[in-house]
Design a protein around this ligand. Structure first.
Ligand code: COA
Length: 260
């Protein structure tokens, strides 16, 4: 499959999706959001892909937000549809994938860019990255899940301040806040993400999918995450990966998970 605004590469079980609109700081226009949906779906269904890394092209930006030029004249109804469609096809979609998604934040992650990083399963940043949700400076609010995921990740008070001030935090503060898991140099960003991805890829992909669903259940209204965990735990016992994992341990050999 070929994309206008994305680059895709798969190496050693890791598919890297690079958002490639550097002249627009990788801003998410409608076409890019549609392509991202297709690329994440493709990678999730690809038997070779164990982990997905999402990043931005160039040195300056991960993603500088939703493409402001596309919605500046929208009506109330169009605004609501923009948020609803975006959440469905990209942000909720990514969060609920069974394949782990790591956001490699290589520069500005603003608005929809930070929202995409937050919908990913975790984040690693380069030391010059800057993150924020500046929407109120445009007279709007984050619409791709930012008002929900930012407080989940950094706490309500910090999220309130960051969103109200339309400010940006640097990578060091993002690490202190728990918004990103690691900070490294720009050169080491992808190698570090690939190293973490390699550790993940050695484990049972079926069990990892079950863990993602169970962890996410904690953040869904009306769902008891402990019950989800019990059900997902039980289902693991019926998988070939469980048989392989426990047998390999008892036989004192390395696992070779079939991913089923
Ligand atoms: N939507 C559309 N275009 C964007 C964009 C966005 N979110 N962010 C950057 N761009 C475009 C700029 O319009 C510019 O295009 P041009 O060269 O055709 O004029 C290009 O990307 C480079 O951006 P520029 O503003 O010139 O770079 P800078 O280094 O001076 O500033 C930022 C960088 C990130 C601080 C600045 O681009 C910015 O504030 N962007 C918008 C961030 C935002 O509000 N995001 C939330 C959107 S809801």
């Amino acid at each position: 499959m070929s994309y206008t605004n994305l680059l895709l590469e798969t190496n050693h079980g890791v598919t890297t999706i690079t958002i490639n609109r550097p002249k627009k700081l990788n801003a998410l226009n409608k076409e890019t959001i549609g392509e991202l949906h297709d690329a994440f779906k493709f990678a999730d269904q690809d038997a070779e892909t164990k982990v997905i890394i999402v990043t931005g092209s160039g040195e300056k930006a991960f993603v500088a937000g939703a493409d402001i030029s596309e919605f500046s004249d929208y009506s109330v109804e169009e605004g609501e549809m923009l948020a609803a469609n975006g959440q469905k096809v990209l942000f909720d979609f990514v969060e609920n994938l069974s394949t782990p998604v790591i956001a490699a934040v290589n520069g500005f992650a603003l608005g929809g860019g930070l929202e995409l990083a937050m919908a990913s399963h975790f984040r690693v940043a380069s030391d010059h990255a800057k993150m924020g949700l500046p929407e109120v400076s445009l007279g709007v609010i984050p619409g791709y899940g930012g008002t929900q995921r930012l407080p989940q990740l950094i706490g309500k008070g910090r999220a309130m301040e960051l969103i109200m001030t339309a400010g940006m935090i640097d990578a060091k503060d993002a690490l202190n806040y728990g918004l990103v898991n690691h900070v490294t140099t720009q050169d080491e960003l992808l190698p570090l993400c690939e190293k973490i991805a390699g550790k993940i890829a050695r484990n049972s992909s079926v069990a990892i999918g079950a863990a993602i669903r169970s962890i996410n259940a904690n953040f869904i209204d009306g769902v008891n995450g402990f019950n989800t965990e019990i059900k997902e735990f039980g289902k693991c016992f019926g998988t070939e990966d469980f048989t392989e994992g426990t047998t390999a341990f008892l036989e004192k050999r390395k696992t070779d998970f079939p991913g089923k």
